[in-house]
Design a binder for this molecule. Structure first.
Ligand SMILES: [Zn+2]
Length: 284
């Protein structure tokens, strides 16, 4: 369905996803004229229009915005939501630290140079850290619905998810990419990511709403566990054999592709870089 310029998908029960606000999914839970927003996109003006639509056209009070992690495509819209913002402590620390590798002034300037839309969107960008935090886990009551926010790490040190036990639903942030090639950057921890995915598979849930792509079921978890586990096992075995780094990277390109998806060379080789870098820096 459409809300003004927004493409919105209604999932089951209280869950909605706004798809066209730049990069990551913005997830919404709507009940009793109240909204819980998960991640804020990376286009502040688009996010401001969404904030207005929720308040004025739908008559919703926005109770809380939750950031699953600090990456730009999940938090650059924070400034546009006039409500409390929650994340893990580690996430707020990372956002307060700036410039990080994601929003150094040089990188922002470069992105704006390449994309005229971002020039307009980020003209008055203000990195807006969360106003409330939790260390590992926080239970929250959203209009009588139990929500558990939990830090699990993996995709980033601070990556967290929102679990809705009564609805068998988890909003996962970038622990899951569904229908699009997954991404791990150098701030990720592949071993923790596999552990987080295995923990997710043990949760009683029939719907996972990922940071990127369509909502999905359990199957995707096993594809992702296979993919990242293959990269980890192959990488560490080849390192133990004394093979030079460049040769390891070449071998991993063909040995561990994400089977169910069209091959994305740019993302796959970036993932290899991140995994090899992670274990290489721990070895020396
Ligand atoms: Zn991310």
């Amino acid at each position: 369905m459409r809300w003004d310029n927004f493409e919105v998908e209604k999932l089951k029960d209280i869950f909605y996803v706004v798809r066209n606000t730049g990069g990551a999914n913005i997830c919404l839970c709507l009940k009793n004229d109240s909204a819980l927003v998960v991640d804020s996109g990376y286009l502040p003006k688009a996010s401001a229009a969404l904030n207005d639509y929720l308040r004025k056209s739908l008559g919703c009070e926005i109770k809380l915005l939750f950031n699953t992690h600090y990456h730009a495509d999940h938090t650059f819209g924070n400034q546009s939501f006039d409500c409390p913002i929650l994340s893990s402590e580690a996430c707020r620390r990372q956002m307060e630290k700036g410039p990080s590798s994601f929003w150094s002034p040089a990188e922002i300037a470069e992105a704006m140079e390449e994309d005229p839309d971002l020039r307009t969107e980020w003209k008055e960008l203000r990195i807006t850290p969360p106003t409330m935090t939790f260390a590992e886990k926080k239970e929250y009551d959203f209009e009588g619905i139990e929500v558990v926010f939990q830090k699990v790490g993996g995709h980033t040190e601070c990556s967290s998810m929102a679990v809705f036990p009564g609805y068998e639903t988890v909003i996962t942030g970038d622990l899951i990419f569904s229908g699009v090639y997954p991404t791990l950057l150098r701030d990720g921890n592949p071993a923790e990511l596999v552990k987080a995915l295995k923990d997710l598979a043990r949760i009683e849930a029939d719907m996972y709403i990922p940071g990127h792509g369509a909502s999905c079921g359990h199957d995707i978890l096993y594809d992702l566990i296979d993919y990242w586990s293959c990269l980890i096992v192959q990488c560490t075995e080849l390192m133990d054999s004394g093979m030079p780094r460049s040769e390891i990277q070449q071998l991993l390109e063909t040995r561990c592709r994400m089977r169910a998806l069209e091959y994305d060379e740019r993302k796959h080789t970036r993932n290899i870089d991140s995994v090899v870098d992670f274990f290489w820096t721990r070895m020396v």
